[in-house]
Design a protein around this ligand. Sequence first.
Ligand code: ZN
Length: 272
Amino acid sequence: MLPGPSKPKVTDSRLARPYCACTSSRLPMPWQLQLQELELATDCACGEEDAIGEWTWQEPEGNVQNSLEFSKNDTQVTFHPTYSSGTATVRGDCPFHKDHHHYFEIKMLTDTYGTDIMVGVGTDKVNIAESRYKFTSLLGEDDQSYGLSYRGMVRHGAGLAHESAGFCRGSIVGVRVDLWHGTLDLNGISFFNLRRHQQLYPMVSSTAAQSKIRLIYAASWRASLLVDAAKILAASTTADNAMQKKSKESEMEFDKAEISESLIIRNQADCI
Ligand SMILES: [Zn+2]
């Protein structure tokens, strides 16, 4: 008997969804409004009013001057503001602290298209300058970086894993780095042995003209028994939440306290 058709894998970026209804219309986008207006106009649930940011973006050495445009106190980046001639990459202004847990969230503000837009982490050896005239999926191209593509692929060491619907305009991508245990959680795919890297930075790369992202949350915690206990408690609470509806506020807290489980892209509303 012949086997039936295999179940298609969920790897299509067209299945990506924005997190919040604030991006589900063609009204002015939230980043064009003041936060107070945003709250009134859209009942936005993205949690940006928390404004927790331990670091911002910085143009890495070797990048072309006009391929990145910074705004909102260097939390917001526009890639290729005029036209694109390759891959522009932005990096956090400081490396992750050793022996700390880190969590950050990136909100995709524009439509995703083109060769690639990637969120991830990488060392100072990622060859940013060489890729600036190449259209490439930079993060994960070698063993110096790890990246999630908007198409849903996760890359490291030139290897590929297709595990998610990716992200689109309005999606929020969360990245969890534990430099005590040396692990990275990228869209539910775990990597280990990250302590071998001397320094790791948050990174986002894009080949798409006028693509725009914003860092909406960036925090770290020194490794401790308290943090471990909180993670265990959160995991059990997350399981409980499958049976009981919790308030939106507490849900945000769990997401942002680095204690949600493996679902890292926060998707709720339908894609535009
Ligand atoms: Zn929102």
